[in-house]
Design a protein around this ligand. Structure first.
Ligand code: MN
Length: 332
């Protein structure tokens, strides 16, 4: 049995199974197979789908079952993963599955073998699993409907990070798929992009409006006062050009600050948790921690300004230790 003969006479009860937290590429791959075999395939998703994948499934009317019982099926097609750790609690059922298993994936394969070689299509050079499904359909000389073309294109766009990680093949295939999908590029994007919450947009814009900008040596440090979405606000400020950003608020005495630092600072050995939010505990009442590039502090304070100021000073202290000539100045 090989993949071609498997797909030319599919077992009666076949389940296309994505990884847990299915993304656009995974659900699009499953959906494409579902439309290709005219509803003969069921789709299973362990745990949940991410927001973009969920929206795509709704708009393209792809039916799926969360956490299906694998033993109800005669065959499985594993999509967009090649390690059983990727399917959460279903891993145990997969290990004991006695039916046929096919595997289509574009991740680098590890030591685990989930399907025999003749039943696997693994190519880590493919930008998406949908690209592999495109190749499979082509090799079987089947036709690509509008729905299938749309789904395959969506997987390529998402997994190439908007073509950032693509090769010349990607554009050839994508162009063919866009022709067949009968959709414009904005129409394709609208299937997978989710609206950012209105209050989140306002919080980010207010964070930018209330910004304080400091220069420490080569680095730009910023702080801002914003009542909600502090983590997203700080991340947004990095995209605007800051090397480290602190966004915080005091509400009814409760203090919350979120920090983000970019790789230029991290390459210097900077660690937000270690150099800012943990030392902050000796100056203010509360607890801090997290990762080198993303961390937070929760506590109690009367006002936010002195705390934000301290975050900037602690970051400057680190930079000054590396570069004795670095001085801290604020831009008006
Ligand atoms: Mn993928």
């Amino acid at each position: 049995m090989n993949l071609n003969s498997f797909f030319s006479s599919l077992p009666k009860k076949t389940l296309a199974l994505t990884h847990a937290g299915a993304d656009v590429d995974a659900i699009a791959s499953a959906g494409a197979l579902y439309f290709l075999f005219k509803n003969k395939i069921s789709i299973g998703v362990p745990e949940h789908l991410n927001l973009n994948a969920k929206q795509l499934a709704e708009k393209m009317q792809i039916p799926f079952e969360l956490n299906p019982d694998l033993h109800k099926f005669d065959a499985l097609i594993l999509l967009d993963f090649n390690s059983s750790s990727q399917i959460g609690k279903l891993a145990f059922q997969l290990k004991n599955f006695s039916g046929k298993i096919a595997l289509i994936d574009h991740h680098t394969s590890g030591n685990e073998v989930l399907a025999v070689k003749s039943m696997s299509l693994i190519d880590s050079k493919a930008v998406s699993t949908t690209e592999l499904i495109y190749r499979l359909i082509k090799s079987q000389k089947k036709s690509i409907s509008k729905e299938i073309a749309t789904l395959l294109a969506a997987g390529i766009y998402t997994d190439s990070a908007g073509f950032y990680a693509s090769n010349k093949n990607t554009f050839t295939i994508f162009s063919d798929l866009m022709n067949k999908s009968d959709k414009s590029f904005p129409e394709l994007i609208s299937l997978i992009s989710t609206e950012t919450d209105f209050s989140e947009k306002i919080a980010k814009l207010k964070a930018a409006k209330r910004l304080k900008i400091f220069k420490s040596g080569e680095f730009l440090l910023v702080s801002t006062n914003v009542g909600s979405f502090q983590a997203n606000a700080a991340a947004t400020l990095l995209r605007l050009g800051a090397d480290a950003a602190f966004a915080g608020d005091v509400e009814k005495g409760l203090l919350l600050i979120s920090g983000r630092a970019n790789h230029f600072l991290l390459n210097q050995g900077f660690d937000l948790a270690k150099h800012v939010f943990e030392p902050l505990q000796t100056h203010f009442n509360g607890n801090g921690g997290g990762h080198a590039g993303a961390a937070a502090f929760n506590g109690k304070a009367r006002a936010i300004e002195p705390v934000l100021q301290k975050c900037i000073e602690l970051t400057h202290e680190f930079i000054h230790k590396k570069d004795k000539k670095a001085s801290l100045k604020e831009y008006e």
